[in-house]
Design a protein around this ligand. Structure first.
Ligand code: ATP
Length: 336
């Protein structure tokens, strides 16, 4: 099966082709870079509008070049797109592109939940059976595990996503978007200063720690120390809740998803925690962690294979699409 995936929930205008026989994934991404501040929804949507046609064109070219099927048939079996969660104006642009492509090639349309795709790419690249997933992305932060036909949200942020929280701090400091890599760099030379650490049961909160970090910076604490402490606390919180999720589900497999998963310190903490409890840890390669259409194409192929496609008239996007709203049609390891 060959599926063309399109991603465009926030900053990444991305198209990909996944071939389930060879396991090859081709990804082409055009990233939106705000001139100042964070992601502006309108500008991000304009970026989608401008960038999606070219990345889709490149993916289609690749699909044609690598197609060994009949030349008069489409080089792909289906078009998959991210239906949400994400910024409404971005999603609508991508949805329109996906519908148009599926109609013009006369192939089915598959609607993918972006957060479930972050999880499934980890399951795909690790070969794990039924892992717990920590999704540490820009706009989200939650733990997912499979039970009775759904991915259940075991714990989540009570306010902002983890990447967005870090980016808010770096905006305050005057660093350009995205802030995560800059915090990681600065933290190498830092020492610990006290900051809040907020875990409530399986949920966690970043707003207090971010305000305190800004305050620390304004009070003259070296920015390296604030960055170091921010990472220790925020990633410590995520690691603590991941451990609790493993313990609760009895799973001995953890996968990481989302752009913040590119952070070496977070991976180190999770790895160490998993080692200590005899669990296996897997972080996909960076191109599959940050937003990318590869993960949309990979999950799209699984859904297409079981006939989980969308009729055009019910293919509208959903900015608040939660992972636990998705009936997991492609897994048969537990009765639905
Ligand atoms: P979502 O998947 O929730 O829609 P998103 O679209 O904002 O999120 P992602 O690509 O998953 O995007 O993640 C982007 C975030 O990752 C940004 O907030 C960025 O600061 C953060 N990030 C990138 N690299 C690092 C890093 N090395 N350390 C920490 N954070 C990072």
């Amino acid at each position: 099966v060959r599926v063309l995936g399109i991603e465009g929930t926030a900053w990444a205008a991305s198209a990909a082709v996944f071939d389930s026989e060879t396991d090859d994934v081709f990804i082409e991404t055009d990233a939106y870079q705000p001139e100042s501040g964070g992601i502006h929804p309108r500008e991000a949507a304009e970026h989608m509008h401008d960038a999606i046609p070219a990345v889709v064109e490149q993916a289609l070219e690749y699909a044609h070049e690598t197609n060994d099927g009949p030349a008069d048939e489409p080089p792909i079996d289906a078009v998959a797109f991210s239906r949400g969660p994400g910024l409404g104006p971005c999603l609508r642009t991508v949805g329109t592109a996906a519908r148009a492509l599926s109609q013009s090639l006369d192939v089915p349309l598959v609607g993918v939940n972006h957060m479930v795709a972050h999880l499934e790419i980890g399951r795909h690249t690790s070969g794990f059976d039924s892992p717990v997933c920590l999704n540490a992305s820009g706009a989200n932060a939650h733990l997912l595990a499979y039970r009775n036909g759904r991915y259940r949200v075991l714990g989540e942020t009570m306010d902002t996503g983890v990447g967005n929280a870090i980016d808010k701090f770096t905006r305050h400091v005057g660093w350009s978007h995205p802030g995560g890599p800059k915090v990681e760099e600065a933290a190498r030379d830092g020492e610990y200063v006290d900051l809040p650490y907020v875990v409530k049961g399986m949920d966690f909160s970043f707003s207090g720690i971010m305000s305190a970090a800004k305050q620390r910076y304004d009070d003259g604490t070296p920015v390296e120390d604030v960055c170091y402490s921010l990472q220790e606390n925020v990633f410590g919180m995520l690691t603590e809740v991941s451990e609790r999720a493993l313990s609760l589900t009895g799973s001995d497999e953890l996968v990481l998803g989302g752009g913040v998963g590119q952070n070496g310190r977070l991976r180190e903490m999770l790895e160490e925690m998993c080692d200590q409890r005899g669990a296996d840890f897997h972080a996909p390669e960076p191109r599959f962690l940050r937003d990318n259409a590869g993960m949309i194409a990979v999950l799209g192929a699984k859904m297409y294979e079981v006939g989980d496609t969308l009729a055009l008239e019910s293919s509208r996007v959903d900015p608040d699409f939660r992972p636990d709203q998705v009936p997991v049609s492609w897994r048969t390891d537990e009765p639905n």
